[in-house]
Design a protein around this ligand. Structure first.
Ligand code: ATP
Length: 697
């Protein structure tokens, strides 16, 4: 019976064993039996091979190796680089420094020489032994299967796998059995080479396709694109650059950059700028901004050429689009009028807030300018070129809020528009969204908003895609948040997220010194700066509490400008109390209210008015107390009335508030105030009102 000869192969590591035994099986496995052993896995025993190949000389000295029978001939293998992985090395640019890492000095040098002999000689190999530090920094390491020895600071490791047996070693083994003529190794190698060539052709075709695709991509870019390699040779030159520089791509590609670019300043900038930078280049033919950056890994340089005229046009169009959609901030910090310390402080804070990207909560009474400040913060911020969207929650019906803010996918609910809808958050991407009257949002929207703030992403209604967004949120409220949180109406976590930064706007009554500036501003806005205002008017306006703040003042100015005679605003042009916001104490000229009503009708109208505004109890209480005090011949003092209010009204009125209310009752003719002992007295009209109140409730 024909018994097959046995070729044993001993390696240091299991990985090398697998690679070498596979190689032997593929080449001579059909005529000999191949047995393989790795010393690091081998538990000992006698090897019964007819010839033994050891993968490396150093193994002969290994203690485990002693167990091999003395009679067996031993061949120390000659090894070559694994050609299956050569393509990984061929793709590294010429002249690149690479570390060659192996376990011992001899194998390091062997690997380098083997690579060079194979023709992989375009790299600058730096021998590296375990524990050594190279003289200069190297980012790529090549190792034949010895990854463990690669220093950890290396950025890219190319493992070309364990080295294979040289053809001569395999033939030497066969020669022992005189089998060397029985196998045509060259045929098998040829086969392998054809297979490799095939793979190379395939890769080549893929590369060609990718190149064509990339060419289309860079030609599709609106800017000019230029790339040069480490040697200054042009490697990319797109269509747009052809028209900017009036040079064809065919002329440029493959040529040195200094043969193509004649403008010495530009050339210097392209070659020598070390950091990412840009430069304006202007000639009779073009004006471009050139931006350059270096690709560190292969020392190439990429430049983009942006046509400034086109860029300005695009920005103009974008701006026009944003304006037409109302997505621009209308106000700047200078549009905020006021010289008072309070408003100046608020402006200074706003200026600082604009420098950050954090969420801002603006608190202030209605009409104090919250939207104005939000708009100014956006205009001052780095996001100013992005959109600015203002959403007023009190103006949006509850069931629309969610769809408006987050958008929806087609068919997500009955009535959903075809094609879905892009929400305001998505539309505000890159900019700022102003959420006005944030205290009015439902718990459901509060939860969704919290997610936006935490995750910086949204999901449309009915959608399943997470959409990342980059939007700065500025929220505003005139609510008392502490009370709302206390009553469970507002989430405390959302409140804290919103209040990353905070701005409180003072009510107008706390900065009455700004009144003249604001009045002047609104008159200019109306084109009526020539109209003169009587001093009494200003004094009168300064006595109001302006619950509707600047908005109310603006309306008042608009009204007075409309009713005045065109040259001067007099006391008679000041609107009556019906004009003002709830709780305001405003003077009323009797003459403006008469309009032929009977006295009774007039009084009933006042009572109705007070009812609507929730003021009836308060004013009638005051009138009643004045009447009682008059009856008892007691002096009517503001302090006293304040104490009585505290005791009977369930809430307190400050002396200042009493003063405003008495002033109002006097304007209406229900009380008269005299200096000295005469003091404050109820008038017959005031009495009449009290009686009417008793009869007509
Ligand atoms: N300091 C100011 N200078 C000039 N105009 C101002 C100033 N503050 C407010 N205004 C004007 O007053 C009006 C109301 O301002 P804005 O809408 O910003 O107030 P708001 O606090 O957001 O009110 P609300 O809480 O009711 O939404 C606007 O017409 C605004 O232009």
């Amino acid at each position: 019976m024909y018994s097959r000869k046995r070729v044993g192969v001993i390696t240091g590591t299991e990985m090398t064993r697998v690679a070498l035994s596979k190689q032997l099986e593929e080449t001579i496995g059909d005529i000999v039996q191949v047995d393989s052993y790795a010393l690091d896995e081998w538990t000992g025993g006698l090897i019964t091979a007819d010839v033994l190949i050891v993968s490396s000389e150093v193994l002969v000295e290994e203690p485990g190796f002693k167990v091999v029978s003395r009679d067996v001939p031993i061949i120390v293998a000659k090894r070559i680089i694994n050609y299956n992985f050569i393509d990984r090395l061929l793709s590294i640019p010429e002249g690149t420094d690479v570390l060659l890492v192996n376990d011992v000095k001899s194998t390091v040098y062997e690997s380098i020489s083997s690579l060079e002999k194979l023709g992989v000689d375009h790299l600058n190999y730096i021998p590296h032994l375990p524990g050594e530090t190279p003289i200069r920094p190297v980012t790529i390491a090549i190792t034949p299967g010895e990854i463990a020895y690669v220093p950890e600071w290396v950025e890219r490791v190319i493992d070309i796998g364990p080295r294979l047996l040289d053809l001569s070693t395999i033939l030497e083994a066969l020669r022992f059995f005189e089998l060397d003529h029985e196998v045509s190794l060259s045929e098998k190698y040829m086969k392998k080479i054809i297979q490799l060539s095939r793979e190379l052709i395939k890769t080549n075709q893929e590369t060609l396709l990718l190149n064509t695709h990339l060419k289309k991509v860079i030609d599709g870019v609106h800017d000019g694109i230029l790339a040069i390699n480490a040697q200054g040779v042009i490697t990319a030159f797109n269509e747009n650059l052809e028209s900017i520089l009036s040079i064809s791509r065919e002329t440029a590609i493959g040529r040195k950059i200094d043969d193509i670019i004649s403008d010495t300043n530009l050339l210097y900038f392209i070659i020598n700028g070390d950091i990412e930078d840009n430069m304006l280049v202007s000639t009779t033919h073009y004006e471009v901004v050139v931006n350059r950056f270096k690709i560190i890994t292969d020392h190439s340089i990429v430049c983009t050429f942006k046509d400034t005229k086109k860029t300005i046009e695009i920005e103009k169009k974008l701006k026009q689009k944003m304006v037409s959609q109302g997505y621009v901030a209308k106000y700047k910090l200078n549009d905020i009028i006021g010289e008072s310390t309070k408003i100046q402080e608020a402006k200074q804070i706003a200026n600082k807030l604009a420098k950050t990207n954090l969420t801002v909560l603006i608190e202030g009474e209605s009409g104090t300018g919250k939207e104005l400040f939000a708009s100014a913060i956006h205009s001052l911020s780095e996001r100013r070129v992005g959109p600015y969207l203002a959403v007023n929650f009190s103006a949006l019906p509850e069931d629309l809020v969610e769809a408006e803010l987050f958008g929806y996918e087609e068919g997500s609910f009955t009535g959903a528009k075809k094609g879905g809808k892009v929400g305001l958050f998505e539309q505000a991407n890159g900019g700022t969204i102003f959420l006005d009257e944030i205290g009015d949002i439902s718990p459901k929207i509060q939860a969704r908003l919290l997610r936006v703030l935490q995750e910086k992403e949204i999901m449309r209604i009915g959608g399943n895609k997470i959409i990342p967004i980059d939007v700065r949120i500025i929220a505003a409220t005139n609510c008392n948040f502490v009370e709302m949180i206390h009553n469970g109406k507002f989430r405390v976590d959302l409140y804290h997220r919103l209040k990353a930064l905070y701005l409180r706007l003072p009510p107008l009554r706390e900065r009455l010194e700004d009144l003249p500036y604001l009045i002047r501003h609104f008159m200019i806005m109306n084109g009526k700066e020539h109209i003169y205002i009587e001093d009494e008017v200003l004094l009168q306006l300064q006595s109001y509490s302006w619950n509707g703040n600047i908005r109310e003042l603006k309306n008042t100015i608009d009204y007075m400008l409309t009713v005045c005679d065109g040259t001067k605003i007099r006391l008679t042009d000041v609107p009556n109390h019906h004009f003002f916001e709830v709780d305001i104490v405003a003077p009323v000229q009797d003459s403006q209210r008469e309009y032929g009503q009977t006295k009774q009708e007039k009084l009933k109208e006042i009572l109705l008015d007070w009812d609507t505004n929730g003021e009836r109890t308060e004013y009638l209480f005051l009138l009643n107390e004045i009447y009682e005090l008059n009856q008892q011949k007691e002096l009517v003092g503001r302090k006293k009335l304040s104490q009585l209010a505290e005791a009977h009204l369930n809430y307190s009125l400050t002396e200042q508030q009493i003063r405003y209310r008495l002033q109002y009752l006097e304007e209406l003719g229900f009380i008269s105030k005299r200096k000295g002992r005469a003091g404050t007295k109820i008038t017959p009209e005031g009495r009449e009102l009290l009686i009417l109140d008793g009869e007509w409730t």
